[in-house]
Design a protein around this ligand. Structure first.
Ligand SMILES: [Fe+2]
Ligand SMILES: [Fe+2]
Length: 170
């Protein structure tokens, strides 16, 4: 497995949490939906912050980062947008009745559409730019073991799995 695949795997794990949240939501189970949303938000924040702190500094200045659509400022702007959307949804989720009436279920799924779209967009952008750049850079970086250990630690704290370097067989 490449570094590339393992980073995509993390995005999938985050997406699965949002899916679990929405499945509870469409069944009107507000409390359960809130818990799944907290898990999703915690995972997304941990991933986003570890990219900001550990991976974006490496990405800056790579050929991918100067391609159209690959600029670091675009990735950072999407992170900020995701953060704002998360905060807004979290605040309003706290006020929902349990069980959730059908009309409110529909309204909420619709309300979360923008967050999903931004997330999917960001996923595609990172797949095309950040992930291949990191895959190449990290293999050649002597700091890889420490960096990967820190990346794994921060993801695991939020319940996300990243394989070890041994498992990756680099
Ligand atoms: Fe990412
Ligand atoms: Fe990201």
């Amino acid at each position: 497995m490449a570094i590339f695949d393992s980073l995509e795997g993390v995005h999938q794990q985050i997406r699965d949490r949002l899916q679990a949240h929405q499945e509870a939501l469409v069944q009107g189970r507000t409390e359960e939906a809130r818990e799944h949303f907290q898990d999703f938000a915690r995972a997304l924040r941990a991933h986003r912050e570890s990219e900001d702190d550990l991976l974006f500094p490496l990405y800056d200045g790579t050929p991918e980062s100067s391609r159209p659509g690959g600029g670091l400022e675009l990735l950072e702007a999407e992170h900020l947008k995701l953060g704002r959307l998360l905060q807004d949804l979290q605040r309003h989720l706290a006020d929902l009745p349990d069980p959730l009436p059908p009309a409110a279920r529909v309204a909420w799924i619709e309300r979360e559409r923008i967050l999903k779209e931004v997330f999917d967009h960001h996923d595609m952008r990172e797949r095309a730019t950040l992930h291949p750049a990191l895959d190449r850079l990290l293999r050649a970086d002597p700091r890889l073991p420490e960096l990967w250990a820190e990346l794994r630690r921060r993801h695991r704290e939020a319940g996300l799995d990243l394989p070890t370097l041994t498992e990756l067989r680099l």
